[in-house]
Design a protein around this ligand. Sequence first.
Ligand code: ADP
Length: 271
Amino acid sequence: FVTPVSLPENDGGQIDLLLMTFNDLTPLRRVEEMRADFVANASHELRTPLAAVLGFIETLQGPAKNDAVAREKFLAIMQQQASRMARLIDDLLSLSRIELNAHMAPSTPVELASLVRQVADGLQTLARDRQVEIRLVMPPESLAVLGDRDELIRALENLVENALKYGAAGKRVDITLSRGHTRAGIPEARIAVRDFGPGIAPEHLPRLTERFYRVDVADSRSQGGTGLGLALVKHILNRHGGRVAVESVLGQGATFTMHLPLRTGEIPAGQ
Ligand code: ADP
């Protein structure tokens, strides 16, 4: 939106002032555009399943009124679409709640090995359906962070669910808990989730945590995805002073890693 203006030569001061004004406006405008995009995307995502439900209601009231077989089939689809809307609303509410609390660092001690086991146990049914063995690799020592246990469970669940959904059926998913250091040398806990599926092409990697970004929309929809999972993971880790990283080689799988700063010495005994 910058229109070229002819300025008198040698008037450096005026040019500086002009550039400063544009630079000051741009971030604000970007935030506004992002918000408008988000509302448009969210409305579209909700409207699609809603249109399907309304369409089937009309069919059931009209042409398929006395067709018992069609009725069962359509009711099942309507239930699926309504569940999708419910999941979407849940994820949207979680995102806004986490964003609202973004400035407050969560401070309850959370022991990570038991958290990893809890998430793996909770996803056994999905793993069995996909014939995937979830393998846990635990460190000899106990690792704990200060955080919000429910949020951390949610983040890890999203990553393991994705590994089970988009990874290869019949292969393994590895969850590895370990201790490491940030680039600045601060001790951190890492939880890496590795699958052996098709992986993700490099051009998609930087955009994966954007809301509603999917590599393959049809694939995500058929898996019941909302496109908000990784955005949630990113916000949860930001709130914990950590980050999520992804590495992938096409054809060999993907590894998503949660990095969480360790606050050693602050965990009461027995936690
Ligand atoms: P969704 O609800 O669509 O799963 P996510 O935000 O969790 O949304 O993930 C965004 C997209 O990233 C997915 O639609 C999928 O295309 C891709 N993706 C996520 N995890 C993996 C994985 N382990 N392997 C391959 N692709 C993945």
